[in-house]
Design a protein around this ligand. Structure first.
Ligand code: IMP
Ligand code: MG
Length: 179
């Protein structure tokens, strides 16, 4: 298999993840001291979240972690209009502050749907942290509270992101020219 061309190096990601953890802890300093829950959007965010929670630990934050899964994809690279929740978190979200962790904010449909669902569950405050943002593709009116990197309108893989379940294992973010 040919090497996927690199867009963001593993070193740049590691440095940015540490900065994001610092931003998150700083933002939470003004919140009520009721703690927060990290909710990881599977599958794409699993690598990012694993690094982020350890960077949060370095900053003294020790949130509970749970997982949520949505399906929104008609094909491997284009999201459909409807987003379905497939796996629900087990933690009780009523009154909780939630940090939603996702791999990439593309059209924004997934994040919008999940945020609405979390509010319906009674979450007090929902903040989103995404590794990547492709602002040129936005359909839903939603922004992340914490963003690792803005990327151009290319199909990116690696560091958890896949194309047809491939490339998630890459330690860097690369570009696929023909998704
Ligand atoms: P949205 O609902 O369109 O914002 O889609 C977000 C989801 O689509 C992400 O969590 C990814 O799983 C997937 N996605 C969007 N763009 C890409 C990409 O360039 N590479 C890999 N997955 C992507
Ligand atoms: Mg995803």
């Amino acid at each position: 298999m040919d090497r996927v061309p690199e867009l963001i190096s593993a070193e740049s990601i590691a440095a940015r993840v540490r900065e994001l953890a610092a931003e998150i802890v700083t933002a939470r300093a003004s919140d009520p001291a009721n703690g927060f829950v990290v909710l990881v959007l599977l599958k794409g965010a699993f690598v990012f979240a694993a690094d982020l929670v350890r960077a949060l630990d370095e900053r003294g934050a020790a949130p509970p972690i749970d997982f949520i899964s949505v399906s929104s994809y008609g094909s491997a690279s284009e999201s459909s209009g409807s987003v379905t929740l497939e796996a629900h978190p087990r933690v009780d979200l009523a009154g909780k502050d939630v940090l939603l962790v996702d791999d990439i904010l593309d059209t924004g449909r997934s994040l919008e749907a999940v945020t609405r669902w979390l509010r319906d569950q009674g979450a007090r405050r929902v903040r989103a942290c995404v590794l990547l943002d492709k602002p040129s593709r936005r359909v839903a009116e939603i922004a992340a509270d914490f963003t690792g990197f803005e990327v151009p309108d290319r199909f990116v893989v690696g560091y958890g992101l896949d194309y047809d379940e491939r490339y998630r294992h890459l330690p860097y973010v690369g570009v696929l020219d023909t998704p």
